[in-house]
Design a protein around this ligand. Structure first.
Ligand code: 13P
Length: 253
């Protein structure tokens, strides 16, 4: 099944409104746009409205880095799925390892967020990935399969088919260290098999991304693999020229 490459920039806690607007001006594609690649940027909540305007008619999609699982009410500091829809969001990153670590997000909470995002027609980008210890003990694949299972178990097949999964080994994030494309392909295959076991044929249409020290120099080797359908990019998505070049290097299918 044909799956279009998806490149998503995760800005994490970087860029204020004026910096985001400068980025958008530099990043705006030439006529012809980004070719046959879907592109999304996930800024901090505070820059979302400005980017919605700056990205109008560019084809660049917006995503959030987190969402809460209730729609409104007494939840001080949280942002709801309908608020994200209102800002033009298409995607929402859920369960990033930085949130699992620093905010102690659990698989249960993450599963709930995925479900609520889907109900609001947002596309969740579910992040999974092992730490270095699990990798060295040979337990990476088993660990990630359990993470996927726990986050998706309560969804229907149709809902599972609308999820994007990002495989981000914790030890590769921000370190300049990456697994080989063969190791990533093996993991993405295992993730697809896990989803197929739960949801059947929709797993073939699901996009599975790689994240962790992706750069313009190494993106091509990842997206050449049959089960790696794009990337979730941190540091290299912060500089417009580099991110554009990274996207150009991802046009391999
Ligand atoms: P880096 O690309 O900076 O390693 O970050 C990866 C990441 O965490 C994307 O969500």
């Amino acid at each position: 099944m044909e799956r279009k490459i998806l490149i998503v920039g995760n800005w994490k806690m970087n860029k204020d409104v004026s910096e985001a607007v400068v980025f958008a001006k530099e990043f705006y594609p030439e006529p012809g746009g980004f070719g046959d690649v879907d592109v999304a940027v996930c800024p901090p909540f505070t820059a979302m409205a400005a980017l919605k305007e700056a990205f109008t008619n560019t084809g660049i999609m917006l995503g959030a880095q987190n969402v809460f699982y209730e729609d409104r009410g007494a939840f001080t500091g949280e942002v709801s799925p309908s608020m994200l829809k209102d800002l033009g969001c298409k995607f929402v990153i859920i369960g990033h390892s930085e949130r699992r670590e620093h905010m102690k997000e659990t698989d249960k909470e993450i599963g709930r967020k995925v479900m609520v995002a889907l109900k609001h027609r947002l596309t969740p980008i579910l992040c999974v990935g092992e730490d270095l210890k699990q990798r060295e003990m040979g337990r990476a694949v088993g660990f990630v399969r359990v993470q996927v299972d726990k986050a998706l178990v309560d969804l229907s097949s149709e809902e599972m088919g609308r999820v994007v999964i990002a495989y981000e080994p914790v030890w590769a994030i921000g370190t300049g260290r990456t697994p080989t494309s063969g190791q990533v392909e093996e993991m993405c295959q295992a993730i697809r098999a896990t989803v197929a076991g739960m949801a059947g044929a929709v797993a073939q249409g699901m996009r599975i991304l790689y994240g962790g020290s992706v750069q313009k120099e190494n993106i091509a080797q990842f997206v050449q693999e049959p089960n790696i359908d794009g990337a979730l990019v941190g540091g290299a998505s912060l500089r417009a020229a580099d991110f554009r070049e990274l996207i150009a290097q991802a046009q391999v299918r």
